[in-house]
Every structure is written in structure tokens, then in C-alpha cells.
Design a protein around this ligand. Structure first.
Ligand SMILES: [Zn+2]
Ligand SMILES: [Zn+2]
Length: 387
């Protein structure tokens, strides 16, 4: 790979150039070398590309910072590959923390695998977390409940006690590595001959092989079971939220701890209650007469029905608040509120007699009975004065 020119040099600017200067230089150069203005000119085409690349890096704050610190290798990982390790010289170790990581990267780049950094396969490994989703009714989520949840999880095989070897047999020492789990490999590299230690491929680094695997678990030592687990759903949990049940996931291996069970809840919509955070909204339909005269109405809450006195002359959409009748905060004392919105339902299918009564009633009302109506029509009159 040919050496790349410095991006600042490409754009003909100083290293500390401002964003504006970079943009101006790029526009000027891009125009100068644009393929449309330089047909069939390979040099111009290459320059045009080079200018675009330089601008892409220098116009991006993060890329520019990396380029300023590390040069081309900081923005193009393939830059310098194959030149024999010199590419890492310009990295300051401060930015990579651990020097061995740099060598790990070099080795993996040359096919060394980095096996020295893999964890001990005989050490304890924590079991995986298991994810489940359950559906709850509105009330179950609000009040909390106990639920039996079907869970599929890995458990230690009872047949072989987790060894993976057929009952009555035991895993044997690996003939390839003599039980160490590791093999030494010599490889030529641009640095000379390097000896590395790799995990034994025959036994996967365990040092033991199973000649006669357990039929129940196919030699894995763990089997998947369908279990029913009873969990306590915390009161106040909302749609889409997840809670954790410790130690109910996959069992660990080599004595490692068991993973967790993560339960995500989906809450069904309720025909009466609507949730907003920890508050509840309820629409209560009342008759026209109830709204006009005032009345005691029955309001559902999550604790049961309560009666509420709506005052005389209640307007449609009026909202009342019932303090502390909302949802229990999760893992916290205190509750939200309930909001009750009054909806006036217009009666339908009236008899002729009822309609006549209503017409008589309407004729009996005047401006003093409808405050909003009068001011509304006054405003209209003002607005259309000129017409
Ligand atoms: Zn088994
Ligand atoms: Zn081995």
C-alpha cells in the first residue's frame, strides 16, 4: 500500500484549521478536481477521491481527533496492515490501557487466536439469564399478584450428575494434551518464530474427554427442562417493564452460579381504567339532568366503587381528582391519583312526547342560563362585522 498523504496537506491547510477553513478548502479542491470538469483525467480523479476522504475525516470532530492523535491508522484500521507491526508504534499506550491488548490484536490479526486470553473452561461459569414474557390484566399489574410462569431452562443433568459421561463411566484424561488442556504451537511470523499456547482442540481446553457420553444430555452435562415457577409480580408494574427473579435462570457449570429469570410484562388494556404513569383516568357518563342538577354518581376505582357528588351545573369534560386513588408506586410507599372526567351523554330515541317536553324546556331558557353560548355568539358577531 502506497503511503497516504497527510490530510491537512491534501486540503492545503494548517493543522489547527477551523471548521470553516476546512469546508472552504474542501469546496475549492473538490471543484478543481471534479470529474465533470476533468473528463478522462485519472490524476484528477484520484485527487478528487483523496480530497473527499480528507474532508470526511477532518469534518468529523471525533474522526479528526483520532486522526490528529494517531494519523491514518487512527481512522482506517486497515491502514498499514501487512507492513509488519510498525503500525502500532504511533499508538500511545495511555489510550489503550493494557499493552497486552495491543499485542493481542496483532496476534489475532496474524492468526494467533489470542487463546491466552480465553477463560479457563474448567472454571465456574455463570448460567445464562432466561427471558420470558407474560400477559397480565390491568388489575393484576396494578395490585400485584402471584403467577405461575412456564420457564424453559438448563439444569444439571440428573443422569450423569453434570459430568456428561454415561452413568457408571467418568471423563478420561485427554490423550492429546495429557490433561493440561493446552498445547504449544510454534509459528513463523513477521516477528520471528513465536511459541504460543493454545487451548487443546481435542478436549476444548478441559483436559478431559468423554468417550461414552451420557444419553440424557448428549454429554453436555445440562438438560433443558420445562418448569413452572411461581413468581410475585410487584404491584404497580407497567406494560413493557421487566423485573428480575434472581437465580431462576440457567444453572451454571463447574459450580458457577445460576442465571436470573427476566420477566417482561404485557398489560392488557382495561375497558374502564386508563393508566398514565401512576395516575388513573376514568370517564364517567352522566345524563344531562345529572349535570344540570348535580347528583351523586358512582365512580369505579381500583379499590372498589366510591360515590362522588358532582355539583350543580357541571360542564362536559370537567375533571375531578381523587387523591391517592391511583396506582401504588413500585417498591415505594405512596400512590398516584385518579382523575374522573365527566362526559354528558346525549339521549337518543326519544318519544315525540319527550321531544315536545324538551322543546318546551329549551324555549323556556334564555341568555342568563347559557353563559358561554351568549359570549360565543357575541364574538362571532364581532368577527364578521364587516360582512
Ligand atoms: Zn447427562
Ligand atoms: Zn486435550
Amino acid at each position: 500500500m502506497a503511503d497516504k498523504r497527510d490530510y491537512y496537506e491534501v486540503l492545503g491547510i494548517q493543522k489547527g484549521a477551523s471548521d470553516d477553513e476546512i469546508k472552504k478548502a474542501y469546496r475549492k479542491m473538490a471543484k478543481q478536481y471534479h470529474p465533470d470538469l476533468n473528463p478522462d483525467d485519472k490524476t484528477a480523479e484520484a485527487k478528487f477521491k483523496e480530497v473527499g476522504e480528507a474532508y470526511e475525516v477532518l469534518s468529523d470532530k471525533q474522526k479528526r481527533a483520532r486522526y490528529d492523535q494517531f494519523g491514518h491508522a487512527g481512522v482506517d484500521p486497515s491502514y498499514g496492515a501487512g507492513t509488519g507491526g510498525g503500525r502500532y508504534q504511533q499508538y500511545s499506550t495511555g489510550d489503550f490501557g493494557d499493552f497486552s491488548d495491543i499485542f493481542g490484536d496483532i496476534f489475532s490479526g496474524f492468526g494467533f487466536g489470542g487463546s491466552t486470553r480465553t477463560r479457563n473452561p474448567n472454571g465456574p461459569i455463570r448460567g445464562n439469564d432466561v427471558q420470558v414474557r407474560i400477559q397480565l390484566s390491568f388489575m393484576e399489574a396494578v395490585k400485584g399478584c402471584k403467577k405461575e410462569i412456564p420457564v424453559q431452562r438448563l439444569e444439571r443433568c440428573a443422569e450423569c450428575s453434570g459430568t456428561g459421561a454415561k452413568a457408571g463411566t467418568t471423563p478420561e484424561t485427554c490423550p492429546e494434551c495429557g490433561g493440561s488442556g493446552q498445547v504449544r504451537v510454534q509459528q513463523r511470523s513477521p516477528f520471528g518464530v513465536i511459541q504460543t499456547v493454545k487451548a487443546c482442540s481435542r478436549c476444548g481446553g478441559k483436559g478431559k474427554v468423554i468417550n461414552d457420553p451420557c444419553k440424557a444430555c448428549n454429554g453436555m452435562g445440562r438438560v433443558r427442562h420445562n418448569r413452572k415457577i411461581t413468581v410475585d409480580i410487584p404491584a404497580g408494574i407497567d406494560n413493557g417493564q421487566t423485573f428480575v427473579v434472581r437465580g431462576q435462570g440457567d444453572e451454571g457449570t463447574n459450580g458457577g452460579p445460576t442465571g436470573d429469570l427476566n420477566v417482561t410484562v404485557l398489560v392488557k388494556e382495561d375497558p374502564i381504567f386508563q393508566r398514565e404513569g401512576f395516575d388513573i383516568w376514568v370517564d364517567v357518563p352522566v345524563t344531562y339532568a345529572q349535570a344540570v342538577l348535580g347528583d351523586e354518581v358512582v365512580v369505579p376505582t381500583i379499590d372498589g366503587k366510591v360515590s362522588y357528588n358532582i355539583p350543580e351545573g357541571t360542564q362536559p369534560g370537567t375533571t375531578f381528582r381523587l387523591r391517592n386513588k391511583g396506582i401504588q408506586y413500585v417498591n415505594n410507599r405512596g400512590r398516584g391519583d385518579q382523575y374522573v372526567r365527566v362526559n354528558i351523554e346525549v339521549p337518543t330515541n326519544l318519544s315525540n312526547k319527550q321531544k315536545d317536553m324538551l322543546r318546551d324546556f329549551d324555549a323556556s331558557t334564555g341568555d342568563k342560563n347559557y353563559a358561554k353560548r351568549k359570549s360565543f355568539f357575541d364574538k362571532i358577531k364581532d368577527a364578521f362585522k364587516g360582512d
